[in-house]
Design a protein around this ligand. Structure first.
Ligand SMILES: C[S@@+](CC[C@H](N)C(=O)[O-])C[C@H]1O[C@@H](n2cnc3c(N)ncnc32)[C@H](O)[C@@H]1O
Length: 184
């Protein structure tokens, strides 16, 4: 039995776009949406941002089937993998970008997994809900929503640092990060 960490509430298209922009998603990225709903983040990542691959975990069979049909209709089967299972069992080893739209308590359940399994230099983008105790590299208020960006492992480190500086640095380093992932 899978425990729900959030109800299905789709991110608005402009918020999806902004989440992927903030994370600088590009052709070297493998994007994982944990609780992917109707797959809109996955589809935008590969179609609009040219991500190499996108992987979605969704517990609801109806949404999984609907999204799978949509992916097939758009001939995106080579680019998008959909898994009808608990996001707490997700394989994060490939992900360079992880997207979340859960709840504060859902993020709390997921936090140890993100700390232990997310790849070095991966970016975690969370819609509306922060990850308690972590330092976001940036937080943006956008279209009445909040978007949090965490860069691993620094954002999960306990010590304080200047988050703005880290995002400025990240933007500066974005192309280097892309190159890093192309070799690893
Ligand atoms: C708020 S919706 C977000 C959908 C999509 N990520 C978006 O931003 O449009 C959260 C989704 O997570 C799914 N979900 C909740 N708990 C889950 C779990 N333990 N495993 C897999 N999916 C889960 C829900 O069914 C729902 O579709």
């Amino acid at each position: 039995m899978v425990n729900s960490l959030a109800p299905f509430v789709p991110s608005r298209p402009e918020v999806v776009k902004r989440m992927l922009e903030i994370a600088y998603v590009g052709p070297k990225d493998i994007v994982i949406d944990l609780g992917c709903g109707d797959g809109r983040i996955l589809i935008a990542a590969v179609k609009d941002f040219g991500a190499d691959k996108a992987i979605g975990y969704e517990m609801r069979k109806d949404l999984y089937k609907q999204t799978l049909n949509d992916i097939e209709r758009q001939n995106l089967e080579d680019k998008i993998t959909l898994i009808n299972d608990d996001l707490l069992k997700a394989d994060l080893s490939q992900a360079t970008v992880i997207t979340l739209y859960l709840t504060t308590s859902g993020n709390e359940r997921l936090k140890p997994k993100l700390e232990n399994e997310s790849k070095n230099r991966s970016r975690i983008v969370s819609h509306d809900f922060s990850i308690t105790g972590w330092n976001p590299s940036m937080k943006e208020e956008f279209s009445s929503h909040s978007i949090y960006l965490y860069i691993m492992p620094e954002s999960s480190a306990k010590k304080e640092s200047n988050p703005r500086f880290r995002y400025k640095y990240f933007r500066h380093q974005a192309s280097k990060i892309q190159r890093y992932f192309s070799k690893n």
